[in-house]
Design a protein around this ligand. Sequence first.
Ligand SMILES: CC(C)(COP(=O)(O)OP(=O)(O)OC[C@H]1O[C@@H](n2cnc3c(N)ncnc32)[C@H](O)[C@@H]1OP(=O)(O)O)[C@@H](O)C(=O)NCCC(=O)NCCS
Length: 159
Amino acid sequence: MKRITKKDKAGHPFEIAKATASDVPVIMDMYRDFSPRPGSQGLPPEDPEACLSWVEELIRIGENILAWRNGKVIGHAALVPDLAKKTGEFVIFVHQDSRNLGIGTELARTSLENAKKLGLESVWLTVAVTNFVAIRLYVKLGFEYCDLDECERTMIMKL
Ligand SMILES: CC(C)(COP(=O)(O)OP(=O)(O)OC[C@H]1O[C@@H](n2cnc3c(N)ncnc32)[C@H](O)[C@@H]1OP(=O)(O)O)[C@@H](O)C(=O)NCCC(=O)NCCS
């Protein structure tokens, strides 16, 4: 996937590109400064070493997409595919200085397009019931609730 230039809701450009192992240090630069941390379901991990292991593992087992601005990573989406079951788990994080500008929407759309190209039939995720911004984003993209407990919802999207 080539680096694609998009415009955020304020009209400012940012880029979307697939992540590789060489991007781990710049991804970590974003997570070191990420707030809240941990935010959602214990992610990103607060402990720097645990956070590095988590990012490295996502790069190893997942399809990772980054949003970039001025040479810095400002957003990260990861899809962890289960090719046998034709499904994948999705996570997304946008730096607090770049939220509500449509960057999460573009990252998620690109990840979902990749999921289709991989031959997946669905993508699922879990989200805290109080994470209204994330839920708004997921519903807008077409995710539907499939499970609900007191503090967490599972959502799924058929591709
Ligand atoms: C969830 C997250 C990735 C969204 O990224 P983002 O770049 O801010 O997302 P977008 O700007 O593309 O979309 C946010 C949407 O929420 C809406 N929104 C903003 N504040 C809201 C609120 N309080 N209640 C409901 N919706 C809200 C925005 O209007 C926008 O919807 P729209 O495009 O239809 O107008 C980002 O907030 C984040 O990283 N949060 C912390 C980590 C996290 O919770 N990740 C999700 C794990 S499940």
